[in-house]
Ligand binder design. Sequence first.
Ligand SMILES: Cc1ncc(C[n+]2csc(CCOP(=O)(O)OP(=O)(O)O)c2C)c(N)n1
Ligand SMILES: [Mg+2]
Length: 805
Amino acid sequence: MAASTHISADDLAILRELERKVLWLASWTIHHANHVRETVDGLKVGGHQASSASLATIMTALYFHSLRPQDRVAVKPHASPNYHAIQYLFGHQTRERLEAFRAYKGAQSYPSRTKDIDDVDFSTGSVGLGVAQTLFSSLAQDYVRAHGWGTEAPEGRMVALVGDAELDEGNIFEAILEGWKQGLRNCWWIIDYNRQSLDAVVREGLWARFESLFRDFGWNVVILKYGSLLQAAFAEAGGERLRAWIDNCPNQLYSALVFQGGAAWRKRLTEDLGKDIASLIASRSDDELARLMTNLAGHDLPTLIDAFQANDHDRPTCFIAYTIKGYGLPFAGHKDNHAGLMTPAQMDTFRAAMNVRPGQEWERFEGLATDPHTIQVFLDRVPFAQRGERKPAQSISVPDTLPVTLQSVMSTQTGFGAILNEIARTQDEYAARIVTTSPDVTVSTNLGAWVNRRGLFAREAMADTFKSERVPSTFNWEFSPKGQHIELGIAEMNLFILLSALGLSHAINGERLLPIGTLYDPFIARGLDALNYACYQDARFILVATPSGITLAPEGGAHQSISAPLIGMAQDGLAAFEPAFVDELAVILSFALAYIQKDGEGEPSERTSSERTWLRDETGGSVYLRLSTRPLEQPQRVMSEELRQGIVDGAYWMRRPGPNAQVVVAYAGAVAPEAIQAVGLMAEDRRDVGLLAVTSADRLNAGWTAAQRARERGLVHARSHVERLLSELPPHCGLVTVLDGHPATLAWLGAVAGHRTRSLGVEHFGQTGSIPDLYRHYGIDSDAIVAAAQALTPGRPIRYLRALG
Ligand SMILES: Cc1ncc(C[n+]2csc(CCOP(=O)(O)OP(=O)(O)O)c2C)c(N)n1
Ligand SMILES: [Mg+2]
């Protein structure tokens, strides 16, 4: 057999044992979860034995040999059992958690940075996203190093273990295109080419599409098809015929023969190739023949190790590694095997074949021919195991007050641009750590001034030709390694995955970045799963979404967001704000720059939450700001500590209600003038009318829910911010809520202290028009607010409405 030139025979022998061990432990973990554990209430918990086995060899080669401490890996979601098994062998995963695989507090079904204890680099689960994350993490690494940070450590490779059907996901292709534009390097995608998806066997010749596609985008492609046994057999008499037969064999047939085993191989090969390969076949037993025909490169350690070792440049590389789904297991190759589980009887046979004694299933080195000491010595010197503990994240101090020059009339979007422009002028460290990015809407989301000062990022400097040709332009579009803006193509998925990568830089590169991404609010939906993914793995960033809502009047319904505020409330790990005024925005941005740096390690807990708000502010998260292009008259006011706190906590009284308040109007965002006007219009006919400015429905709601839970646990004095605000109101007071977004965003306010409530907002697709046209049409103008107040509260008819009538 061809031996690897890159590993000693002794080490290879140990690796082969570890490969068996990974296959065993992963299979046993899944089996245990389904057949042994008593706690699953009769639920079949599954676990993807076949999908995991497909990658057992590749992961053995990587983790126990080829990966270096600085490398980072996104593991195909369904290979999670392998990952946990490998970490268990290293001593980084506990038996208790493996025994509780897929159960409460157990090892996670899909590798999770936040829920697993065994140092997962990137979470995976929604196929395609972890793959793209490695690409953007490589760009993030380049960004960090180009800015002179973390250069004392060697450059890492970002590696994705990819299912072949995972490449159906469009976001992968969006990422490849962006990677090409950005000069991607240090990125390996290893495709587990088992030619099966969940339901079926994949189309013939898919590998050739992959190959040409990756090559077109500048990737190096390495096809790993035959293992060392097959390569040796090709040198025997008739070997070339065998190779040609394999190359022409349809995927379905190959899979079926793998499943059927040695005798079926013998029959079929004899039928097809006859005496040409008689001696090749005759010299092998059925078992040996089956081993030969399943010796694809993805299950051959020497071939894999040589290929990884030989790929010693930094060009992005796609390995297409032929594998067998369910390799080494009874349902190998069967097209129905995705959710397949071994029966207890099959498991007994497998256990015996693995030399594992009953009762010793969890013993790390059980059944191995090599003595435990030798294995342990080997494990202790594995390169990847040398990377040590995660470095604690550094934090960058941020000023309490961000500089901003207020104009008397301005929009929050203009204000955002102005604040960033001011930040760009400072020499402070936090300004250097900010990295902005936008999917082709940099200028239209008002990042232009920031980019003019701080420049665009590229590893190679690139001049602005318009500038050098002296064509007048407002924007200086110069690229350099020091630039602080990463300009993306339009794909919003890429924005969120890049934010995910930049927002994990503290964990992956040991260097904190303060990422700010901008896009149009309605297009959050385009990248929503990637946003969810970024939050799930606790990446930290500020998302600025602007413009928003029907306030974008002449742009029409295709650009007007309705559900975005509800996304902001419901998305875990993302604190959503919708300020109306620029002084509010300055306070929120300063808060956000600190909030995204709060230590995210450990479980967030309400028990350590602020007693003022009942929010989990100690553990932080990401931030979403919903901004508007509507110019509003700015309040002239002093930013008191109380006001600042109210803005951050989610609401403050713009006009405090009197003791006998009959109506309170609660508004969020760009409809502030309508709310203010409505309060004025009804002031003579309703007593003590109050005006509540809501800056974060999300934080108000979260605090309220948490405070209720705290009281139910016996903390009788727990009060959230919104409860304190609304407890001032008499019971008969009516509440009118209004925003340019779905009315449910604020509708719950009535339940806080039991006030009758009418919630105004937008429920149906927008359309073109002027702001007054549309506010009237959708019922969020001052007339609608006053009408709602009249309908809600007893008393004489409001004169203003009568006059209109
Ligand atoms: C976004 C998303 N859609 C659907 C699924 C459900 N799903 C899980 S695995 C899978 C097919 C996987 O096939 P492949 O990538 O070839 O992996 P294999 O199991 O063959 O190794 C599907 C459809 C998912 N996890 N994520
Ligand atoms: Mg597959």
